[in-house]
Design a protein around this ligand. Structure first.
Ligand code: SAM
Length: 244
């Protein structure tokens, strides 16, 4: 695996079960309310033209549309966007979908560009962030991320404990397959994203005054929804990088 066609195929295949994982698409009302508050606080006031890059099945797009924003969802995978359209239709929400590369956003003057969990899988995250600046020259950048992988030894220990609990409970895997080690190593952020790296990348791409905000309310609501053992092990630290 190594080309964008392979990546598209991976996500097309993943679309069938992506939403089954609670960390991808939570169903608990309190968790969704915490996410909604976080997205509302991060975006400019509604209605704003918002571009969601690597929108997938629409987690951020749907929240933004519910808040009254005009949302364009960009993704390389037609199958993921198909799921997004079905969710939007079920709620009577309007979200425009565009199949394409994150680094080639549709040319419009967006008031905000956002993403969740896309940057790790891009061959050139800095190039993508720079291209988003070009379509939102006076807009807001909102990166929704979590600490994972090799960037923090403490988080590595916590997530190892979490995987043991998943195995004991026979929790289905969150994806139909894993990226190969070779592909992960070829991606600049493929082994983990450190908040400081994203702050620097945003600034290098021309986004002004990056701010880092931990999503403690989301983490708290997520933990409250877990069984005791999982609560003790905890969840990955989630955070936003917001810039103008
Ligand atoms: C981990 S999923 C995140 C989906 C969604 N943002 C969410 O929060 O649930 C990554 C998404 O990025 C998309 N993607 C991967 N590489 C891409 C690229 N180069 N351009 C556009 N989308 C891409 C995938 O198709 C997938 O939908």
């Amino acid at each position: 695996m190594g080309t964008i066609d392979d990546i598209r195929r991976y996500w097309d295949e993943d679309a069938a079960t992506y939403d089954d994982a609670r960390r991808h698409r939570p169903t608990e009302p309190a968790v969704m309310a915490a996410w909604t508050a976080a997205v509302e606080a991060a975006l400019p006031p509604a209605p704003t033209e918002v571009l969601d890059c690597g929108a997938g099945t629409g987690f951020l797009s749907l929240i933004a549309a519910r808040l009254g924003h005009q949302v364009t969802a960009l993704d390389v995978s037609p199958e993921m966007l198909g799921r997004l359209r079905a969710h939007a239709a079920a709620e009577g929400l309007e979200v425009q979908t565009v199949v394409g590369l994150a680094a080639e956003p549709p040319g419009r003057d967006f008031g905000a560009v956002m993403e969740r969990h896309l940057l790790w899988t891009l061959p050139d995250p800095l190039g993508a962030l720079t291209s988003w600046r070009a379509v939102a020259p006076a807009g807001r950048l909102v990166l929704v991320e979590s600490v994972w992988g090799a960037v923090d030894p403490i988080e590595q220990l916590r997530s190892a404990a979490s995987r043991i609990l998943d195995r004991l409970r026979k929790t289905p895997p969150e994806h139909h397959a894993e990226y190969s080690d070779e592909l992960l190593r070829s991606l600049p952020l493929g082994l983990g994203t450190h908040p400081g790296t994203l702050v620097s990348l945003a600034a290098d791409a021309g986004w002004r005054t990056p701010r880092l905000r931990r999503l403690r309310d989301v983490e708290w609501a997520e933990r409250m929804a877990l069984p005791i053992a999982e609560r003790l092990v905890g969840t990955a630290p989630r955070y936003l990088v917001v810039a103008d």
